[in-house]
Design a protein around this ligand. Sequence first.
Ligand SMILES: [Zn+2]
Length: 413
Amino acid sequence: MTDSIDSRHAQSRAGAPGLAGVQGLASAEARAGAQRRAEGPALSRRRFLGVSASLAAGAVVAGDALPAPAQAAGAAVAGGAPRAGPVAAAGPEPRADPPASAEGKALVAITLDLEMARNFPRWEDTHWDYEKGNLNEETKRYAVEAARRVKARGGVIHFFAVGRALEQEKVDWLQDIVRAGHPVGNHTYDHVYVLATKPEEIQYRFQRAPWLIEGKTPAEVIRENIRLTTAALKARLGIEPAGFRTPGGFANGLEGRPDVQRMLLELGFPWVSCKYPAHPYGEPGKEPAPEVLAGIVKAQEAAQPFAYPTGLIDVPMSPISDIGAFRNARWKLARFLEAVRLGVEWAIERRAVFDLLCHPSVMYVMDPEMRAFELVCDLVERARDRAALADLGTIASRVAKAKAGETEEKKDR
Ligand SMILES: [Zn+2]
């Protein structure tokens, strides 16, 4: 699915003239990426297949823009040395006991990533790539109101914040959100690509200002970017991060990158939200064909929470994200609502998990009435004792519990 994903990115970027991200790209991959973008939607099928063949599986699809090489590189193959996953005691932990009411139910999460997004509010907007934490007033207002509404329906929103947003003068709006009981997780400081192995892949900001990371390896930059966010959450909100979400999502999650899994465990995260399974998008700007919606429903299976051999738990993002629907597929709101409804219904029928990923910076433009969140709350309410709204920590603890059960069983044998 990398091919179609990449073509979407190509398409969306071609739509934004004078893209800043193209500047200063040094590597061959970057140049190839630029070429792909330049070709845009007119990408011939042959060229398209050629490009897709050259790409590794699992591009960045769910979240917002990462440097071009990051999009091409994607996640890797299987692997990962087994290792018990004890976690720093100081770190955030999944709730020991999920609310009894969550047992045997579908768990449905609404998550909002607090960052600005390229192509929003205006299609030609790309400067956010360099200042993703510079949240505008609309974004903050939308986040506050969404939290209020979901809480009124008996749930919480799980937020993930880029650390740089905590440099803003006022964070009282986010303090209020925290006080109301909504968890806020770590989304790195600058929205960095955690699988980067080359400096130019890490983030646009560091392509323009490489002196900021001079002399450091990508792994060091990434680790520091995550650590600083935890420090910022502590300093300005007085909280430990409620989990970690990777900027972008990877079709194979962190498979094949036990180094990154271990780094996250070491930084105090027993669970993360990294995987965004591949799925069809259809033709950008066109109504999704039934096969596209069916493909998105099918992808829910691959979006169920699980543990890596290192012990790290992943609570994947459930397709389709707002970015996927509104930027990549260029859908209208009604189609996004339809896809979300189908995904949530799939999860409710199977007592499974659905983790809606949205960005207030996108949603205030595309869904000002917050119909997506009202829809999710309606579906859960109508399902009565078959479903509950949940945060990702609760979902992760269900996996941890199942894992503990398995271990017990083994001991008994
Ligand atoms: Zn993000």
